[in-house]
Design a protein around this ligand. Structure first.
Ligand SMILES: [Zn+2]
Length: 258
């Protein structure tokens, strides 16, 4: 009898552990960088249609007009996050090399945070401009932000060689809900040459393992405005991404929710 009880408890424990492991629902976290505020607000009906909450990373906030600040407040009221993307939009590694960490924190970070505070925003997460960073600047940044977002791309050209990644195998773009504070998002701009099949495979992985697939883009482009030289993504592609994630019942997350 005792043996049986031990065995039974062991099985129960195993089942509990398993269900705890899969307690998180898979999801998708979309973010948009720079300051295409008037273009982003055009996404409102699409985002509402899929009940998608996303993050807008603002750079050079002191150059925003009063109207643009109001639009950002409207987006925030809809449940979106307004994050920080620097006052100058510099690549931290090079800026620190040429100046100092103190100057970087003052001119790129504190300057942006002060401006955004005056505008009524308190950013909790930060996106690295140009995706360059060093461990010692990250250590400093994590004193002011709960999460730092870097950049991942399907195609990378290193020293003249093209490297193509399988999107479903890019570990760094899946947040495992483990308090990870340095994360990467996959670029969805036209220049990144992603296909909906890439996205589908990535979302299926997120759904299966309960992780959150992180994606980001810049300016929303419609067919008429599309130009591969522009920093932007196809709005129809975004709609396909949202539709695919809805099919899998994936929840959308803002970056600070991760
Ligand atoms: Zn940027």
């Amino acid at each position: 009898m005792y043996k049986f009880l031990c065995y039974y408890s062991f099985i129960l424990l195993l089942v509990c552990c398993q269900s705890q492991k899969t307690a998180h629902l898979g999801g998708i976290a979309l973010s948009f960088d720079d300051r295409f505020v008037k273009e982003w607000i055009q996404l409102k009906p699409l985002l509402n249609k899929y009940n998608a909450k996303v993050t807008f990373y603002i750079t050079q906030p002191d150059s925003l007009s009063e109207e643009e600040v109001q639009i950002l407040h409207e987006l925030r009221k809809d449940g979106h996050e307004i994050g920080c993307h620097g006052a100058m939009h510099v690549r931290s590694m090079y800026y620190i090399w040429d100046n100092s960490l103190e100057k970087y924190m003052e001119n790129e970070i504190f300057h942006a945070l002060r401006t955004m505070k005056k505008q009524g925003f308190l950013p909790k997460t930060f996106a690295h401009p140009g995706g360059s960073q060093t461990w010692y600047s990250d250590r400093e940044l994590l004193k002011h932000f709960s999460l730092l977002r870097d950049v991942s791309m399907k195609y990378r050209n290193i020293l003249g060689f093209d490297y193509i990644h399988n999107v479903e195998n890019m570990e760094e773009i899946y947040h495992q809900r483990n308090h990870q504070q340095k994360v990467n998002a996959l670029l969805i701009d036209v220049s990144a040459k992603l296909t909906i099949e890439d996205i589908r495979k990535g979302l299926q992985r997120a759904s299966k393992e309960g992780s959150v697939m992180m994606l980001f883009g810049h300016k929303p482009l419609t067919k008429t405005t599309q130009n591969t030289h522009e920093y932007g993504f196809d709005v129809q592609f975004l709609e396909q991404i949202l539709a695919e994630s809805a099919k899998l019942n994936l929840k959308t997350y803002t970056m600070q929710e991760l």
